[in-house]
Design a protein around this ligand. Structure first.
Ligand SMILES: Cc1cc2nc3c(=O)[nH]c(=O)nc-3n(C[C@H](O)[C@H](O)[C@H](O)COP(=O)(O)OP(=O)(O)OC[C@H]3O[C@@H](n4cnc5c(N)ncnc54)[C@H](O)[C@@H]3O)c2cc1C
Length: 594
């Protein structure tokens, strides 16, 4: 069974030493209590919960899976009890407003918790992850009555939130969806249609379900401009808050899938179910994006979390497993062979993993700090810049961190050789579980298209320019330091490459309708590697400053950063060449020739 130890030391380095997050957060209205001590206490508590309660039921949850019987879903052994403990501990409503029973803590802290929970048990974490998105969406778009009725019970974890978008013929292209909403004449609507692939649509851990459903009103325009959002509870809620009549919203079956087997995925049938409009008519997709943007960052976190667990287990295995001898002579002459950690390729896989994970964690925390600033800062200009950074980084984090999640879990499985492929060690589960993160919440290609087709051009390129500005500001001190040159020089080269490629891409987009689509995924990866390098420059700066303490942590940080700069960042050179080959290599072949 894989083991998991919460990486609290590295999290504290990122939060406190790298970004001084507590100072930023406590200065924001509403987050005054998010002190360094409080952050540390939450990390410790969450770490214990993840190591002691959630990780031990990860493999058994995968083996047992969820069971469906006549509309009811039973989660694997131990999930119900673990969820009760999780909810009673207040973990479902950490960031929700105290007005609704939440703790009003920042998203930055939620990120760290989501990473730990995902590392310990990816399937488990999706249940509260969806509830949190529902809370955010309702808080932004619900009426006061809707907020008062539903949010407190989502915050307490008594009720489960879901997002019901996908239909059999409408996945990436939600403009095709057909679910209908007919006015009942009393301010409510009758929702009819079938939704597929609905995570947490039904299970035995909560008393009620709050489904956010996309559907069309009778007079709706075609396409994505004709979609409205409705709140459809499983049980209607009486005026006194008690559960009333059963609504006509039910799971018809559950999916049998490659991984995440303890996270139930349902076909949901809405058969004239009573629903309430959330937000404005025909503006449902825009409203749903409040939840989707939150979930996209959450899914990126899932990618980081699985990579971390895979790395931890592969490292422990590599130290223990003895096969062959070091090329330069025996390192463990008292043993029949050396540990596989002497082999360059094993080190390469582990260092690749570590250098990516640590950069991702730093980028995720930086992004979440921007989420909190965009939400709470008193100055409009500061809020706008932070919102720009959040918007720009959302597709990067969702897509790059899940692509690397799959690459890293695979690389770490390879470290185990054949033992990685059999179930006992749990590595194959990590590979299977993380795979969905590249697909749901908008496939990674859809994210890449969002980056090149939307975010780059938004407000005349303001988001990209803003990032360059942030980078320049952060480099002021680093640029003058000789001891940082090995980080700063390759990073500045990479930024120039990204700028040149961005200009090239913008020019191409005017001439060739396929240019953006052809470049999107490679461009997103190039972008991600460049901002990872930015994080490494900043981490190296802090590590050098602290290296006089003699703490090995900082020396390791520097070594891993050097690895990234020399072995990973040069990937941007080949990506530039690939991007600049344009659309012709993939579009020239006729459809019949495939
Ligand atoms: C386990 C699981 C859980 C899920 N949970 C939920 C949930 O809770 N709620 C919910 O509503 N949905 C959920 N989904 C659905 C998920 O979000 C969709 O599967 C996903 O958005 C892709 O849609 P699709 O499967 O229809 O693929 P399609 O849209 O048919 O895409 C097929 C392929 O074509 C590509 N493609 C599509 N359009 C374009 C384009 N314009 N340009 C380039 N390439 C394109 C895609 O990238 C993909 O590779 C879940 C799915 C799974 C498997």
């Amino acid at each position: 069974m894989p083991t998991y130890t919460a990486p609290i030391r590295d999290m504290r380095f990122v939060v406190h030493e790298l970004f001084g997050a507590a100072d930023t957060l406590t200065a924001l209205p509403g987050y005054e209590e998010a002190s360094a001590d409080l952050i540390d206490a939450v990390l410790e508590e969450c770490g214990k919960l993840c190591e002691g309660v959630l990780a031990p039921i990860n493999q058994s949850g995968d083996e047992e899976g969820c069971r469906f019987d006549d509309g009811a879903v039973t989660t694997p052994t131990g999930f119900k009890e673990a969820y009760k403990q999780f909810a009673e501990g207040g973990w479902c409503g950490l960031t929700a407003s105290p007005e609704y029973g939440g703790q009003g803590l920042p998203e930055t802290l939620q990120y760290l918790i989501d990473e730990m929970v995902g590392s310990a048990n990816l399937s488990f974490g999706l249940y509260p992850g969806l509830t949190q998105g529902t809370i955010i969406c309702l808080s932004a778009h619900g009426t006061d009555e809707q907020k008062q009725t539903y949010i407190p019970r989502l915050v307490s974890g008594e009720w489960q939130g879901t997002m019901c978008l996908t239909e059999p013929h409408a996945g990436s292209d939600l403009g095709l969806l057909r679910a209908k909403a007919a006015p009942n004449g009393d301010g409510t609507y009758a929702i009819t249609g079938t939704k597929i692939f609905i995570s947490a649509g039904e299970h035995d851990m909560t008393d009620n379900f709050v489904h956010l459903v996309l559907a069309r009103l009778p007079d709706a325009p075609e396409g994505s401009r004709g979609i409205s959002m409705f709140l459809v509870p499983k049980f209607l809620v009486n005026d006194d808050g008690s559960l009333g009549e059963r609504n006509a919203a039910a799971a018809g079956s559950i999916e049998h899938k490659m991984g995440m087997k303890a996270s139930v995925t349902c076909v949901m049938n809405f058969d004239g179910a009573k629903g309430w409009l959330i937000g404005k008519e025909h503006k449902g997709l825009a409203g749903m994006f409040t939840m989707m943007n939150k979930e996209r960052l959450f899914v990126g976190t899932q990618g980081i979390s699985q990579a971390e667990t895979a790395y931890q287990n592969a490292t422990a295995y590599a130290k223990d497993r003895i096969q062959g001898r070091a090329a330069g002579g025996a390192k463990q002459p008292d043993k029949a062979a050396d540990s596989i950690l002497v082999h360059p390729d094993i080190r390469n896989k582990l260092l690749f993993s570590k250098s990516i994970i640590e950069a991702e964690r730093a980028l995720a925390v930086w992004t979440q700090l921007n989420v909190d600033i965009a939400h709470a800062h008193g100055d409009d200009t500061v809020r706008e810049r932070a919102g720009d950074m959040e918007a720009l980084m959302t597709p990067i984090i969702k897509s790059a961190c899940t692509d690397f999640g799959t690459e890293i879990t695979n690389a770490c499985l390879q470290v185990f050789g054949g033992h990685g492929y059999i179930s006992e060690w749990g590595m194959e589960q990590l590979v299977r579980d993380v795979r969905i993160t590249q697909i749901y919440e908008g496939t990674n290609t859809i994210q890449a298209l969002d980056l090149v087709g939307r975010k780059l051009g938004l407000h005349d390129g303001r988001l990209f320019d803003g990032l360059l500005d942030e980078i320049n500001q952060s480099l002021t001190a680093a640029e003058g330091r000789n001891d940082l040159a090995e980080f700063v020089v390759p990073f500045k080269d990479a930024v120039e490459r990204l700028k040149a490629t961005t200009d090239w891409l913008r020019a191409q987009a005017n001439d060739d309708p396929d240019a953006l689509g052809a470049a999107a995924n490679d461009y997103l990866r190039m972008f991600a590697l460049t901002v990872f390098a930015w994080m490494w420059v900043r981490m190296a700066e802090k590590a050098l400053d602290a290296s006089t303490t003699g703490d090995e942590f900082y020396e390791t940080k520097l070594q891993v950063g050097r690895y990234f700069m020399t072995r990973v960042l040069p990937g941007t050179v080949s990506l530039e060449a690939v991007i600049k080959s344009g659309a012709v290599p993939m579009m020239a072949l006729s459809q019949d020739a495939f």
